[in-house]
Design a protein around this ligand. Structure first.
Ligand SMILES: NC(=O)C1=CN([C@@H]2O[C@H](COP(=O)(O)OP(=O)(O)OC[C@H]3O[C@@H](n4cnc5c(N)ncnc54)[C@H](O)[C@@H]3O)[C@@H](O)[C@H]2O)C=CC1
Length: 355
């Protein structure tokens, strides 16, 4: 019922608070999915308060960029409660209502508090100048940005991006480099059919343009345990956060072995290979293995990434990072687990869907 419930929720919200409509993008489809993903995540996390608090804190900080203030939460809460009450009418009673009211209040307070603390130390969003724009393959661009204020982040995190062409439409992209002294960041963007922001970034963005960036988010990070070797499995532009993690490992002076399996459908889509080979040449512990899945004549390792991971010796003692299309990530993680890699040593961030 998620679609119907989300439509009802926004209908209620805007009917009671017409002034809030302007805070949302013109097309609401993606917004509905996001609302329910966040709600589902909140409900599923009720048993792990630490991760719930971290998620809500991040959500609260991120919502500053929409202009959300503390009093908006009452309007949202009223519409949300009306929605759950309507769609769960057959089980609804006073006890359930009280539980929802108190859960929502706690969640809202956590978000409001996180936003308040963030306001003391960082802007709600950053402006960033496009200082380089390379079309590396037909639909793939590597874009270098210089935020006009310092953007604090850690390797593996992602940001949301808004272009001048599509006001109020934000999409997530991973930062593809470890923090640099000059504060520049790189994004790897593939334009997907119907992808507003990804298409604007790859096709209509030029050096000298300015875009907006939301606060860095995500928990993907280089491994704490410096003694273990590392396997990175990157599908397409899912390479971005893993490249940042590898750069950070190199910068930290660690000497553990890093294996990067870098997959694309065709060799022409291995858009970052020259750069990766340069990194491997200067860091002998890094081994880069390009893998191509849809080009029978390719003269190198061929196959789909999940299966390819199984052609090597066991990864059971490695820290493993996986990023790419969600089906690829899912299948790779499944096979690695069967092969003995504990889930606690498999790192991934499940956030990227629409582009
Ligand atoms: N741009 C960014 O900053 C980031 C992007 N991502 C995600 O990474 C994905 C990258 O997409 P593309 O570059 O278009 O990748 P793609 O569709 O070109 O595929 C890349 C690789 O994944 C494999 N693959 C694709 N579907 C598969 C499946 N169902 N089972 C097994 N293997 C599969 C392909 O064989 C290929 O090796 C997107 O879903 C994006 O959301 C994730 C993190 C960061």
């Amino acid at each position: 019922m998620a679609d119907k419930a989300a439509a009802y929720f926004y209908g209620r919200l805007f009917a009671a608070n017409p002034h809030l409509r302007g805070m949302f993008p013109p097309a609401m489809d993606g917004q509905r999915d996001r609302l329910f993903r966040a709600l589902t995540r909140i409900v599923w996390s009720l048993d792990s308060p630490d991760s719930l608090a971290a998620f809500l804190g991040q959500l609260g900080r991120d919502h500053r960029k929409y202009g959300v203030t503390a009093d908006h939460y009452d309007a949202i809460g009223a519409a949300l409660l009306a929605t759950v009450r309507k769609f769960a009418a057959d089980v609804w009673d006073e006890e359930i209502e009280a539980a929802w009211v108190s859960a929502y209040r706690t969640a809202a307070d956590t978000m409001i508090e996180a936003a308040g603390s963030a306001a003391e130390v960082m802007p709600a969003w950053w402006l960033a100048d496009v200082i380089d724009h390379e079309r590396r393959a037909q639909d793939i661009a590597v874009i270098t940005l210089r935020p006009t204020q310092r953007l604090p982040y850690t390797a593996g995190q992602y940001v949301t991006v808004q272009t001048a062409r599509w006001p109020r439409v934000w999409r997530t992209f991973s930062i593809a480099n470890a923090p640099r002294p000059d504060n520049t960041i790189r994004l790897h963007v593939r334009s997907v059919p119907g992808g507003w922001v990804s298409t604007a970034l790859t096709r209509d963005t030029r050096i000298g343009d300015t875009i907006m960036i939301g606060p860095p988010m995500g928990t993907l990070a280089p491994p704490d345990d410096a003694s273990r070797d590392v396997l990175c499995v990157a599908g397409g532009t899912g390479l971005a956060p893993l490249k940042a993690v590898i750069e950070q490992i190199i910068a930290s002076g660690r000497r553990s072995h890093v294996h990067l399996l870098y997959g694309a459908r065709t060799s022409a889509e291995l858009y970052d290979l020259p750069d990766l080979f340069r990194m491997a040449a200067s860091f002998p512990w890094l081994r880069v293995v390009p893998v191509v899945s849809h080009e029978p004549a390719y003269d190198g390792m061929r196959g789909r990434l999940p299966e390819v991971t199984q052609r090597f010796h066991s990864w059971a003692e490695h820290e493993v990072y996986v990023c790419g299309p969600s089906a690829m990530v899912h299948e790779t993680v499944r096979r690695l687990q069967i092969d003995g890699v504990p889930l606690s040593r498999i790192h991934r961030d499940v956030v990227h869907d629409e582009r």
